[in-house]
Design a protein around this ligand. Sequence first.
Ligand code: PHE
Length: 388
Amino acid sequence: MKKNKGKVLLGIAVLMLGLVSGCGSTTASKDSGNIKIGGDLELSGNVATFGQSVLNAVNLAFEDQNKKGGVLGKQIQFITADNKSDAGESTSAITKLITQDNVVAVLGAVTSSNTKAAVPVATDNKIPLITPTATNAEVTVNKDGSLNSWVFRSCFLDPFQGKVAANFVLNTLKVKNAAVFIDQKDDYSKGLAAEFSKDIKAGGGTITDTENYVGGDKDFKATLTRIKASNPDVVFVPGYYNEVGLIVKQGRELGITVPFVGGDGWDSAKLPELAGAANLNNTYFVNHMWADDPATKPFVEAYKAKYNTEPDALAALGYDAAEMLISAIKTAGSTNAEKIRTALENTKDFKGVTGVISVDPKTHNPVKSAVIIKMVDGKKTLLTHVNP
Ligand code: PHE
């Protein structure tokens, strides 16, 4: 008993010391000098083009803002941590950004699984997290209906994206029988597949075959052979570009001539390199923006001028997340985390380059339009806009 009491007292003493010193350094770094913002990003690993696009766009937004005098009279400092496209690394990355770098808010992660791995850290430390791109429904609202009150996003959700894809198959391609090929360890892939399959069936269609792969796989031929044997009118692949590229290539080599359809995870300049431009003909995917739209074009021009390459949807969403945060810090008039959180929650009619963003205070989800991209000879072309 006595021994325990001693331990408790020692624990309290250590805790207080920690609080005092932690508080000291936090105050110093938050209240003087720059405004530090963290980036938990996929800068290497399986979806590295995603993190790179977001990084470029956020740098563009922050550098422009800094040239205009910064925010609240201070310069923004963007501190990134590479999550290596891995959920465990994403937890470590955001922990470092918050506890060592003392950032006032975090942008990222890109994928839904990596963002979910960051949510508890943002929540426990009461630091706002804005993912530009994680579309899985449970990033903001948990299965039990509770809100992750520190988490926001600048993109639409997979229940919408899945419905857009299913309606496209049923009403535009005018076919009913789809095979589905899922990355079984990825939250985005599983959630999007479930929504698509539900909507295909609700529209009177059939799922001819549901198959799984694991991110990082390279040889899909055995599974694609089963998919082909199920005789689908279309193959839905809700995955990321690395695997999708190889799946389309190998599928075409096996004589699968029907359309492949997917979601935003296809959006990478690497996709045509991996699939082969011709193999991508007769493929379509849902995405967040079209470069020639009036609201998007000025951003596209600025991005091209700086980086000498076309921005993808990741870049556009990253830019919007960065601008949303700048606007929230201005509205808050402070870098106090709770005040930034409240300002983000009250975001209304924010004119982003991917569309107008209003945050629903109950779900933290924006309602936005999608586009359907048709691949033609390795290039993205706009098929249509779809409103919610
Ligand atoms: N929506 C994907 C996810 O949640 C990430 C992504 C967004 C990929 C936009 C490409 C373009 O995992």
